[in-house]
Design a protein around this ligand. Structure first.
Ligand code: ADP
Length: 260
């Protein structure tokens, strides 16, 4: 395995899907003719109603499942062999017997990174998500928000070029969720990695992303692909009428595409 800390020259686009279809083994068609691409450093939100295929797309991008038709590349490579990709899911999937530090260190350990280097990088990643003081705790001693922060630190520790997030904050209360959304934006601004986030919330999609793809089911396909037309998010963004206007605009696109 390649050391996840050493980046090669960036390939463009960061990801590309061409006419992707997915028929599950039971015969259910989850995706049909899905095409889009994303440049390096972009922040894309994938949204739409439950069951429209968002997770299927993310799993295919992560190389966890292989589409039954079409083609996906991540940094020009097959997703199953792409380097520098990290995933976070709604369930933080921490190992309960390992401390926070040891959970964050795990991907580096598996990649054969030197132990002292791995521990140092893990401590840095924990500091970045505000968990420097929780390194020696076990997952059961953490709040839901802290568990998710640990999962984000574990994703960041490999210094990913592509971060894939599937409803990462969906199980959290609104205050925690908004705080983690802000932290995610800060981390993205610092690292300029490419981010794809799945969320069923149009508001969260518009708040976070530079571009929002809206999907609908029957079978899963894109119904809208829109740039988000306002600048850096600040403390007042969520109450700013331009943000709410933008959410309304994306909602109207979705409704009109659905009705047509
Ligand atoms: P979303 O993330 O938008 O809620 P999913 O990608 O999870 O949607 O699922 C899309 C559709 O594919 C759903 O109807 C779901 O029931 C179906 N599906 C997901 N995984 C499987 C599977 N392994 N076998 C059969 N159908 C599946």
């Amino acid at each position: 395995m390649t050391d996840p800390g050493s980046h090669d020259a960036p390939a463009s686009p960061a990801l590309q899907l061409s006419e992707v279809g997915m028929v599950y083994p039971n015969g259910f068609t989850a995706l049909s003719g899905l095409s889009f691409q994303l440049e390096e450093g972009g922040f894309l939100a994938l949204t739409g109603p439950s069951g429209c295929g968002k997770t299927t797309v993310l799993q295919a991008l992560a190389g966890l499942i292989r589409p039954t038709s079409g083609r996906i590349t991540v940094g020009g490579d097959d997703p199953a062999s792409a380097n520098h990709v990290a995933c976070c899911f709604q369930d933080p999937r921490l190992l309960p017997w390992r401390t926070v530090l040891e959970n964050v260190c795990l991907p580096l350990q598996l990649a054969g990174v030197d132990r002292a280097d791995g521990v140092q990088r893990s401590r840095e990643a924990l500091s970045r998500v505000g968990l420097a003081d929780a390194a020696s705790r076990l997952p059961r001693e953490l709040s839901g928000g802290m568990r998710m922060r640990t999962a984000i630190a574990r994703a960041l520790v490999v210094r990913p070029r592509l971060l894939l997030l599937d409803e990462p904050f969906g199980a959290l209360d609104e205050v925690n969720r908004e705080q983690l959304d802000d932290e995610l934006l800060r981390l993205w601004e610092e690292d300029r990695m490419t981010v794809v986030i799945v969320t069923h919330s149009l508001r969260e999609a518009v708040y976070l992303a530079q571009r929002v793809l809206v999907m609908d089911s029957g079978p899963g396909a894109l119904v809208a692909d829109t740039e988000i037309a306002f600048g850096p998010r600040t403390d007042s963004t969520r109450t700013d009428h331009r943000f709410n206007d933008e959410v309304g605009r994306v909602q109207r696109i979705f409704r009109s595409e659905r009705a047509s």
